[in-house]
Structure formats: structure tokens, C-alpha cells
Design a protein. Structure first.
Length: 179
């Protein structure tokens, strides 16, 4: 019997002072059985950093040809494609050809530098690709906040994202690898 996804419902209140987005989002997130809590909450971080009425989660990590998050225009043009992890450069090449802007949030303090050294030259040619890294300690702190039915507050100012849930608060600033 196949394992089922764990469903998390959360209320995300975003106060993005950098982009003037002040909104509540009621999110339902399916955590795939092979997905870690760190990766799931990294999706929440990416959502908060780019929150808007048309930003959506993709169908999941086992879905080929779809990002972790994306934003489409009314004419179905992909305006923003967000990936997580250290994907194959071919996947990023395809994403860059399909979307106006592609963002990659890398994680894994040991894997990311190796992946970046190997692929940096090839990825430099994509003008619409931005790559950021989130540290393992930040991913772990986010994962520690994950509880079903949580209400999460995110305040973004000058690139820093401060998350608060119950009595816990953390501040995260992804490191820019490629702009």
C-alpha cells in the first residue's frame, strides 16, 4: 500500500514591507511521503517571499514539468517559476525557456556548494534565473515551527523574513548565489 501525503492547513499572514503586500493566505499543503519537513517549510518561505493573489503551489515533487510554486498571468503565461533544491541544469534550462522569471531556492549546506561549483558556468547564461541558498539551520528552524493548523506570521523587510508562530520567532535571509 502506498503512503499518503500529510496535509497541513495553515494561515499565513504576510506583511511584506519591500513589495507592499499585506494579506492573509489560507494554505493547504500536501507533504509528499518522501518530502522532509525542511523542504515543505521551504515552500512556505518561498510562498511568503513572493506572495500574491496568483501564486500557487505546483502539484508536487513527483510531477514532471511543474515547479514547486508558480505564478501565471490571465493569458496562462508563466510569470514566475520557483524551484527548490539542486535540480539538473536541463530542468532549469527548460524552466527559463517557459517562464519570464525563474527562482531557485537551494538548500543543503554540503550539497549546494558542490552543485554550484559544478553548474555555475552553465547556469550563468540564463538572464532570467536567480539562485538563492537557505542554510540548513534556517530550514531546521522553519521545520520546527510546522504544526498542523498553525497560524504563521511573516514580516519581510529589506530581504529578511521574520516568521512567528506561537512563542517562536526566527529571521531568515537567503544568500544570493546568482542574480
Amino acid at each position: 500500500m502506498a503512503l499518503k501525503s500529510t496535509i497541513f492547513k495553515l494561515n499565513l499572514n504576510v506583511a511584506d514591507l519591500d513589495h507592499h503586500v499585506y494579506e492573509d493566505f489560507n494554505l493547504t499543503i500536501a507533504q509528499h511521503p518522501s518530502e522532509t519537513g525542511q523542504r515543505m517549510m521551504l515552500r512556505v518561505l518561498a510562498f511568503a517571499l513572493h506572495a500574491g493573489p496568483t501564486l500557487e503551489f505546483g502539484r508536487g515533487i513527483s510531477t514532471e514539468g511543474e515547479p514547486d510554486l508558480w505564478q501565471k498571468s490571465l493569458s496562462d503565461t508563466i510569470e514566475l517559476w520557483i524551484e527548490l533544491g539542486t535540480p539538473d541544469p536541463d530542468r532549469l534550462r527548460k524552466a527559463c525557456s517557459r517562464a519570464d522569471k525563474v527562482l531557485l531556492y537551494c538548500y543543503g549546506d554540503r550539497a549546494t556548494p558542490v552543485w554550484w561549483r559544478k553548474n555555475q558556468a552553465e547556469l550563468a547564461r540564463f538572464d532570467n534565473l536567480t539562485i538563492l541558498q537557505v542554510s540548513d539551520s534556517d530550514c531546521d528552524a522553519l521545520a520546527d515551527m510546522a504544526i498542523p493548523g498553525m497560524s504563521l506570521q511573516c514580516t519581510i523587510s529589506e530581504g529578511d523574513a521574520m516568521f512567528t508562530v506561537q512563542q517562536k520567532a526566527i529571521s531568515i535571509r537567503p544568500t544570493l548565489l546568482k542574480d
